[in-house]
Write a protein that binds this ligand. Sequence first.
Ligand SMILES: *Cc1c(COP(=O)(O)O)cnc(C)c1O
Length: 459
Amino acid sequence: MELPFAESYKIKMVEPIRRSAREEREKWVKEAHYNMFQLKSEQVYIDLITDSGTGAMSDRQWAGIMLGDESYAGATSFFKMKDMITKITGFEYVVPTHQGRAAENVLFSYLIKAGDFVPGNSHFDTTKGHIESRKAFAIDCTIDEAKDTQLEIPFKGNVDPKKLEKVLEANADKVPFIIVTITNNTAGGQPVSMQNLREVRAIADKYNKRVLFDSARFAENAYFIKVREKGYADKTIKEICKEMFSYADGMTMSAKKDAIVNMGGFIAVNVKDWYENSKRLAIIYEGYATYGGMNGRDMNALAIGLDENTEFESLETRIKQVEYLASRLDEFGIPYQRPAGGHAIFIDAPKVLTHVPKEEFPAQTLTVELYLEAGIRGCEIGYILADRDPVTRENRFGGLDLLRLAISRRVYTNNHMDVIAVALKNVYDRREQITRGFKIIEEAPLMRHFTVKLERAGK
Ligand SMILES: *Cc1c(COP(=O)(O)O)cnc(C)c1O
């Protein structure tokens, strides 16, 4: 008999979590104005709000923490981090920042001006925020297939080359760079193929444009290329990463994802002017150029995390856990963005809560129902997150409306996945009785999902 698959690690430290009663959760979620970000973590049993900064560091990373060099300038920890980034990506110049959005802020402060167009696949919400707050436009050129959650294709995060070329044909002079997010978080943690990265590079070269990768989950993207794309099965993850980044001029990175640290990020580039100006702006916004908002110890942990998580076994353990949850949902017939993404399962909420009108936010309604059912905290990636159109100020109902169940790295076991699946099944079984959603009573003009206050609709 073939031995079953198991995790590529054993557990050395644990953190207790606690179940709660439904009556407690009713009270807590109401006090939180039905916004998951306003809950206290102790009011949550299984936390799936994000996989960002919530991973469990390895013993080697913790050992690196003890060896951190906290010198203000020229710390050995910076050079360990920089050398690892250069080894994996090929990018020569590195500017640390305290997290991913800070990398965006620093680089975009130099690159983007009002009226610009920044085309790419789906822009992550902070990326979109940093483009739109500069009065520029994020143009989503993701393939149309990504919007059909039931369609199963291997690289659903791809850029549509025709859409991209159209933007460049019309407005080349207003495009400061092309951005590709790997994996495509907003489309469901879906990967981008090597072939597609090559095509984007060719279009960029034709119009003399530079390419930036938003790289939070580049290692997961490389895993999917290895297992799904022809010609890569025998290549190592590190070889695949090197080739991916060879099609870009630079990257921004939220190290809280694939580098498995609790805090950290960076800009890495091969372009001298991007580097010089990032360094200049990082000093104003983040800190001196060899720490940029990070502790020396955290730069050590980041370097080790990047090294470990660009190994096949580490990525296989993670992605197979997400696939396991997907297989349980398949048993119950619950619709999600197919195939399962790298870091999360995205439930297609309007397909579940068919009676809740879009104006009452089906995905948010499902998120609240799952919390009430079992104390599981997911995250709406849908109409609330989409914010209002910057020009018309109307809600944007054009995209998908998903409940994201983000799985932290090396944190929960498959027993937890079983609890999540059964809790969702219980909600799914009473979906016909859920007819009303929520209305907004207070919202911020940008990135409203963090602070939005909601009330039950029809009250
Ligand atoms: C998380 C994330 C960011 C922003 O990073 P933070 O570290 O949260 O600031 C940017 N892009 C993508 C694709 C992300 O997933």
